[in-house]
Design a binder for this molecule. Structure first.
Ligand SMILES: [Zn+2]
Length: 692
């Protein structure tokens, strides 16, 4: 009798593309888990979708001068396609802007409302009289009371990292209109979470102590013991699921209330399309529910969502929330705002046949118990030293030897030596061991055990050396038969981790794909006489230049983003009434004289290949002819700038950008609409003229 499982991965927020940190957090582990359960023949639904509501979406729309709908359509399409190409095997990838989601989340809200689970509270919140609306925390900027940063947001200061509320800010103003804000009364529905403290102590602190991961359990325990506050479950915003009550105009459900309900609405939609009963997967106590998330989502999935499910009364609660810690990149935190990331869609464009390489590398470094780190050098090493040298090498030997010795036909097994028997016994022991690791969310160890099967095969061939055997065709046949049995079982054990590689092995062995995890315990099931297909090499070596290019790309993206961020901050400042950027810390004249600023003329310009924002400029500086790479390609065409005199910071240390040595920086002014302007002398001067 198969067991029923509902598995979810955190709904990614539809305001940007996916990067490898997301994948290592909530998607690859869940995908491995689900593929394993399916091989076991369990009844599994694996749901996910785009989280499309909330203030961060409307802000992104404002920034890109478009509508929230256009933003969510763009990123939903992008993420859905990236997941498909990467091979995350959702049963459905839904979206929270679908009508069935509105209906589901409103239904749950109403049920809670009718049961008296909410506290109605009036509070004073900032209102923008020019834009005529209440503002979400992110729309409010002001001075951080902790560090004095004048560009702190209503929920957080990004300079010192303090969590803030809008009323903490000094001189709060609206980022919509730039105007000063007034406090106005508004009504919201709060979930009094403290009411559930004793239940949470029972359900999590007592019951989950031995089954939840220590990082997850520890966080939950400290929250519960620290005391839980009421949290508003509604917001004043026009982009979200409308609060289904009279006199609630302009109010929507808090995005963290409606997002996890997205799992339920996705399941409903899937059930409708597949003739299933969705309630089996959410209301039947025999069903096990698993939420895969990153550590920043633990509180929502372990505390808030379970309280909502419990308060509602009809739903099952999560069996486990195997949250991962964070993945870092090349010694730094992954960051969308600094563009310090390996973007999944870009990776898939650049390495269209290397999904499994990334799955392998990420699977080997999943941040299961603590933060871990992705580096391109490690990616290269794991590909070359493990996938190519161990797995690829092992498979390739029988792949070459069987066509040579047996015309591609699976040879028979003759008398087995003790050594053969030991190898087969060891082979048969892997499925249970790997399965236990997967069930306990130890995916790294599980993957490493799968590689041990390939190591076993390599060692077996190295010890028996069939290519050296003379005058004993039966012995050669037996050794190659056993090697193929190892490949066959490996193809099953690899399926949760490297599905495309497993498919290639199936092709080699002529399988039709209807195999189960249990089949991997049988060590003699590829029948003699089966026609084997010779396949191409499974993996190829990745050379240094490929890796260097990726490392360089990271640095350039990051530099461009830093420039962009500085520009948009300048624009944001320019838009706020008449505020301009405050004076910097004073310097003395000696500091100033260290800057070698001079006038130069652009004599040639060209676009930098594969870099939208960069122009390669040749400058006549009076002292030399030099190259400067400048991030102005979105503002000027190469033809436009040739012949212009510009202001050059000439003694800035040279820097390599996209393989080009850039000597200096062209000084620009940013207009209020974000347009860049050259700083030019009012009349032409000789090249090299000093600015002082
Ligand atoms: Zn601060």
């Amino acid at each position: 009798m198969p067991k029923r499982y509902t598995v979810t991965s955190a709904l990614p927020y539809a305001n940007g593309p996916l990067h490898i940190g997301h994948i290592a957090g909530a998607y690859l582990p869940a995908d491995i888990f689900v593929r394993y359960l399916r091989l076991r023949g369990e009844d599994v639904v694996y749901v996910c979708g785009s989280d499309e509501y909330g203030a961060a979406i409307t802000m992104k729309a404002q920034k890109e001068k478009t509508t929230p709908r256009a933003i969510v359509d763009k990123y939903h399409t992008m993420m859905k396609s990236a997941f498909e190409r990467f091979g995350i095997a959702f049963d459905i990838y839904h979206r929270t802007t679908e009508p069935i989601h509105t209906e589901t989340s409103q239904g749950i809200f109403l049920k809670l409302y009718e049961k008296g689970e909410f506290d109605e509270q009036e509070s004073e919140q900032y209102f923008d009289e020019v834009a005529n609306q209440f503002l979400a925390d992110r729309y409010i900027m002001g001075t951080c009371p902790k560090c004095g940063n004048e560009n702190a947001y209503g929920d957080q200061c990004e300079r010192c990292g303090s969590a803030l509320s809008p009323t903490d800010l000094i001189n709060p103003h609206s980022t919509l209109s730039g105007s000063k804000l007034v406090l106005r009364k508004t009504k919201h529905w709060y979930l009094p979470m403290n009411k559930y403290e004793s239940w949470l102590k029972e359900w999590i602190v007592k019951e989950k102590q031995n089954t939840w991961k220590t990082n997850v359990y520890g966080q939950c325990k400290s929250w519960i013991e620290g005391g839980l506050q009421s949290r508003a479950m509604t917001r004043d915003l026009d982009w979200g699921v409308p609060v289904p009550l009279p006199n609630a105009e302009g109010k929507v459900l808090y995005v963290w209330l409606d997002a996890p309900i997205g799992y339920i609405s996705a399941t409903r939609e899937w059930a409708k399309q597949n003739g299933k009963n969705w309630e089996d997967y959410w209301k039947n106590p025999d069903t096990e529910l698993y939420h895969f998330v990153g550590k920043d989502n633990i509180v929502f999935h372990c505390i808030i969502f379970p309280i909502i499910l419990k308060a509602h009364g009809e739903f099952i609660l999560p069996t486990n929330v195997p949250a991962n810690e964070f993945l870092n990149l090349e010694g730094d935190k992954l960051s969308t705002s600094r563009n310090w990331a390996v973007w999944l869609h870009e990776y898939l464009d650049e390495f269209p046949d290397k999904q499994d390489v990334l799955r392998y590398v990420l699977g080997s470094i999943l941040p299961e118990t603590k933060d871990s780190e992705f580096t391109w050098k490690d990616y290269q090493a794991r590909n070359n030293n493990e996938l190519v040298a161990i797995l690829g090498n092992f498979v390739n030997r029988p792949n070459n030897l069987i066509p040579k010795f047996f015309a591609g036909v699976m040879p028979a097994q003759y008398e087995l030596s003790d050594y053969d028997k030991n190898v087969l016994a060891e082979l048969a022991s892997y499925p249970d061991r790997i399965g236990d690791l997967i069930k306990n969310f130890k995916f790294r160890d599980a993957l490493s055990e799968v590689m041990n099967v390939a190591r076993l095969g390599n060692k077996y061939l190295a010890d028996t050396e069939p290519w050296k055997i003379k005058d004993n065709p039966e012995r050669i046949a037996t050794i190659l038969n056993i090697s193929v049995q190892i490949i066959a079982n490996l193809s099953i054990l690899l399926k949760p981790f490297l599905p495309r590689t497993a498919e290639k092995l199936d092709k080699m062995l002529g399988f039709d794909g209807k195999l189960t995890w249990e089949d991997a315990k049988n060590t003699n099931w590829v029948k003699a006489g089966t026609l084997l297909q010779k396949i191409d090499l499974l993996f190829e070596k990745i050379e240094d230049d490929v890796i260097e290019k990726q490392i360089q790309k990271l640095t350039i993206n990051n530099q461009q983003q830093t420039t962009n961020n500085q520009q948009s901050q300048t624009i944001a400042m320019a838009n706020h009434s008449n505020e301009v950027k405050p004076l910097q810390t004073p310097i003395n004249y000696d500091d100033f004289t260290k800057l070698d600023i001079r006038i130069a003329t652009i004599v040639a310009a060209e676009k930098v290949a594969k870099a939208n924002k960069l122009l390669k400029l040749t400058l006549e500086t009076g002292i030399d002819t030099r190259i400067v790479v400048s991030g102005i390609a979105e503002h000027f065409s190469p033809e436009e700038v040739v012949g212009k005199q510009v202001t050059l910071l000439a003694n800035l240390a040279p820097r390599e950008i996209r393989g080009i040595q850039s000597q200096g920086m062209i000084l620009m002014a940013t207009d209020k609409d974000g347009k860049l302007r050259f700083l030019q002398p009012s009349e032409a001067v000789v090249n090299g003229a000093i600015v002082s």
